[in-house]
Design a protein around this ligand. Structure first.
Ligand SMILES: Nc1nc2c(ncn2[C@@H]2O[C@H](COP(=O)(O)OP(=O)(O)OP(=O)(O)O)[C@@H](O)[C@H]2O)c(=O)[nH]1
Ligand SMILES: [Mg+2]
Length: 187
């Protein structure tokens, strides 16, 4: 069995559900009370994918973090970013985009010109609270991702554990595949 360690960062505005997503995925818990994150913390998820034991370190970054100061340190050695916004608060999409831009810029700087294209996915969370009345009308997540150079769009619910496992699985597979391709192209 091969072994592989990868790192994801979860980014987005305050209260959009980053901690809830990470804790649901790694610990299988959901807490309805909001407890603001004050420092970056990580959890680990172990997966087996195609005869590879993958250890995924998932960093949960506080939403009130200020860009430009320490964020490059959090991003260091990341393989992908998960941008989260709250489907019931469309204004949180703007900050998810700003986080995505900060991540892409700093990863590019850190790679000093080498191919650094890590996947950046966009997740609309709190799907369980949406209804045809309050859903973001006219929002086309796939198109929005294309326009902002993000990799893909998913709608999830940390509360109901909806689409969380599949989203992280697809992202992990994407990272592994990309690494394989890079390895074989540099041979
Ligand atoms: N109904 C519902 N509530 C959710 C969901 N995800 C998170 N919440 C709630 O939303 C609030 C904020 O969630 P957190 O996970 O703490 O948000 P965060 O993005 O980590 O916020 P910061 O730590 O401030 O950056 C909490 O009260 C959660 O219980 C969800 O999928 N559905
Ligand atoms: Mg948090």
């Amino acid at each position: 069995m091969n072994e592989k360690s990868i790192k994801f960062v979860v980014l987005g505005d305050i209260g959009v559900g980053k901690t809830s997503i990470v804790r649901q995925y790694t610990l299988n818990v959901f807490e309805p009370e909001y407890c603001i994150s004050t420092e970056p913390l990580f959890e680990v998820k172990e997966l087996n994918i195609d005869n590879t034991a993958v250890s995924v370190q998932i960093w949960d970054i506080p939403g009130n973090e200020i860009f430009g100061s320490k964020t490059h340190i959090y991003y260091r050695y990341s393989h992908a970013a998960v941008l989260v916004f709250d489907l019931t608060r469309p204004e949180t999409l703007k900050r998810a985009v700003a986080w995505g831009q900060d991540f892409m810029e700093k990863m590019e700087l850190a790679s000093s010109g080498e191919d650094s294209s890590c996947p950046v996915i966009l997740c609309g969370n709190k799907l369980d609270l949406t209804s045809p009345q309050n859903k973001m009308k006219g929002f086309d997540g796939d198109q929005f991702c294309k326009e902002n150079n993000f990799t893909a769009y998913y709608e999830v619910s940390a509360r109901e554990n909806a689409n969380i496992i599949s989203t992280f699985r697809v992202l992990t597979e994407k990272v592994l595949k990309q690494e394989e391709e890079q390895k074989s192209s540099s041979k």
